[in-house]
Write a protein that binds this ligand. Structure first.
Ligand code: 2AM
Ligand code: CA
Length: 279
């Protein structure tokens, strides 16, 4: 299968799972608590992942799959699962519902995120927003697209002109407090903040120039891989919060149009809000 065929399959899988997300948003019968009371999953997350896995078993039986719902809860288990699978020849990295808390509350902001890597290097990224019917796609070296139209990142050159997004970690005691320090430090300068409850949609919006940048800590490869490729292909920059170029093991993410990247990192480092302080 070449990258074009992989992209086609990812798009079909994302549309299929997206239809279920749209149909079931706010109507999940049961909510299951994962690592703590704020870390949630529903039977629809599992059903969406199952749909995608079934398609891949038929269309690409030799490819490996790393899906959020196939991994034990908690940061350590997630990091280990990524480590164990990242050198696979072809690896599909799947978040069947990014924005599960929104999904449970009927807040119509959840997406399907599918990244495909070859021996650890991202080849294809697809993020589908079923509520707006927006399909974000990228293939390495071929650019990023929204419903077939070429994307490029925004042109804001200063934090003063920037709209930045972030998310609030499920670890209410440690990571959330660190995240608030970052917001506090940035608040006097940035144009404004947005928090949509889905990391993958934030990344897609940075690629589309709708957001200047995004940072968040303790995320997983399935939240970040597809969106990172979209941003790189749209001319932006993706690193960890200390400036190391994005790779599948990155959990503390900074993703921008490139122009404000160093300024964002400087504020996060100076305010001790990179997420690495606790490690
Ligand atoms: P999810 O909806 O797939 O769980 C919101 O700030 C972002 O954090 C979402 O993309 C959400 O993804 C992600 N997230 C939620 N719980 C998480 C956890 N326990 N570890 C890491 N990321 C999580
Ligand atoms: Ca998820």
């Amino acid at each position: 299968m070449n990258s074009l065929q992989i992209e086609e399959q990812a798009i079909l899988a994302a549309r299929e799972a997206g239809a279920l997300i749209r149909q079931k948003c706010g109507r999940a019968a049961q909510t299951i608590v994962k690592s703590n009371d704020y870390d949630l999953v529903t039977e629809v997350d599992k059903a969406c992942e199952e749909l995608i896995r079934r398609r891949l078993a038929e269309q690409a039986p030799t490819h490996h799959i790393l899906g959020e719902e196939g991994v034990a809860p908690g940061s350590a288990a997630s990091a280990q699962a990524v480590e164990e699978s990242r050198d696979a020849e072809v690896l599909w990295i799947i978040d069947p519902i990014d924005g599960t808390t929104n999904f449970i509350h009927g807040f119509p902001n959840s997406v399907v995120s599918i990244g495909v890597a070859q021996r650890g290097e991202l080849l294809v990224g697809v993020i589908y927003d079923p509520f707006r019917d927006e399909m974000f796609t990228a293939r390495r070296g071929e650019g990023a697209f929204l419903n077939g139209e070429r994307l490029s990142v925004s042109k804001e050159a200063t934090l003063q002109e920037s709209v930045l997004a972030t998310g609030f970690p499920v670890d209410t005691k440690g990571a959330r407090a660190i995240n608030m320090r970052g917001m506090q430090a940035l608040a006097p300068t940035v144009r404004n903040f947005r928090a949509l409850g889905t990391a993958a949609l934030h990344l897609a919006y940075v690629a589309a120039g709708r957001l200047t940048g995004f940072w968040e800590m303790d995320l997983n490869a399935w939240d970040l891989s597809a969106g990172s490729l979209l941003i790189q292909e749209a001319g932006g920059r993706v690193t960890d919060t200390r400036g190391v170029e994005y790779h599948l093991g990155v959990r503390h993410i900074a993703a921008t149009n490139g122009l404000v990247h160093d300024d964002l990192l400087r504020v996060l480092v100076e305010s001790r809000a990179t997420g690495y302080e606790a490690e």
